[in-house]
Design a protein around this ligand. Structure first.
Ligand code: ZN
Length: 241
């Protein structure tokens, strides 16, 4: 069974009434409850817990980590970020959601500013599947729509994705690379755009399907553990020195 940890800073839910109304048990629990029916072993972790709930033990027992953060990016300790990065390099999957584009872990893994254009007027978002053969697109139609979302627009300052699975169009006219995959070390990374905290996006079944597909994709395909450093030849070789 794939072991998933859903991490959320869980700050907006406590500070803003509107967000608490939409996510009374926190964004992390909405996502966890929404993807559990897909058959994952799901736990949650939040910023205020010791080591942000991301101890060595938790990360060692995590196949895929899901990350939601916004106002608390700078409160995430650097040594925890380093620990998460190391686990990604070792093969842990990472799904970064919405405003997680500015999280320390995503910026560190991308190596760019990860900046973008935004507007918060609750406009319609139409998310197009541009790679229907990709496992993350499994079970989706040509597109799906969210009636009210925050707009994220290009240019999105990320490295060119390994694979671009989803592209968003917004009512106001902008477009955005909404579903991007990367490999970092042995780990697979998936950035997925939707999920502004004042909208009920993480109850949407298409959004949950994309996240669940992302978990399956990021957890799959483990080869042998790589071996680094000085290596003895596999065949008889006469050294020339
Ligand atoms: Zn937002």
């Amino acid at each position: 069974m794939v072991r998933v940890t859903v991490w959320n800073e869980n700050l907006h839910e406590k500070k803003h009434e509107k967000v608490a109304e939409v996510y009374p048990n926190g964004i992390h629990n909405a996502i966890a409850d929404g993807i559990r029916p897909y058959g994952f072993d799901v736990r949650t972790a939040t910023l205020e817990q010791p080591e942000h709930g991301l101890t060595e033990e938790v990360l060692d027992a995590t196949d895929v980590l899901i990350w939601w953060g916004h106002m608390g990016h700078n409160q995430v300790e650097d040594d925890i970020v380093e620990r998460v990065q190391k686990r990604v390099w070792q093969g842990m999957g990472l799904i970064v959601l919405h405003s997680g584009h500015f999280s320390k872990i995503f910026k560190r893994l991308m190596g760019t500013s990860c900046d973008l254009k935004w507007r918060e007027i609750g406009e319609k978002e139409r998310i197009w599947v541009v790679d229907p053969a990709h496992p993350i697109a499994e079970g989706l139609g040509q597109y799906f729509e969210l009636e009210h979302e925050e707009m994220y627009g290009e240019h999105f300052d990320i490295p060119a994705p390994d694979e671009l699975v989803l592209v968003s169009w917004f009512e106001g006219g902008e477009v955005f690379r909404s579903g991007c995959t990367y490999h970092r070390g042995q780990g697979k990374v998936f950035y997925f755009r939707p999920g502004h905290e004042t909208f009920p996006t993480y109850y949407n079944q298409d959004v949950l399907k994309v996240i669940a597909n992302g978990v399956k994709w990021a957890a799959a395909g483990r080869g042998a553990k790589p071996v680094y450093g000085n290596a003895k030849p596999l065949e008889a070789v006469t050294p020339h020195q």
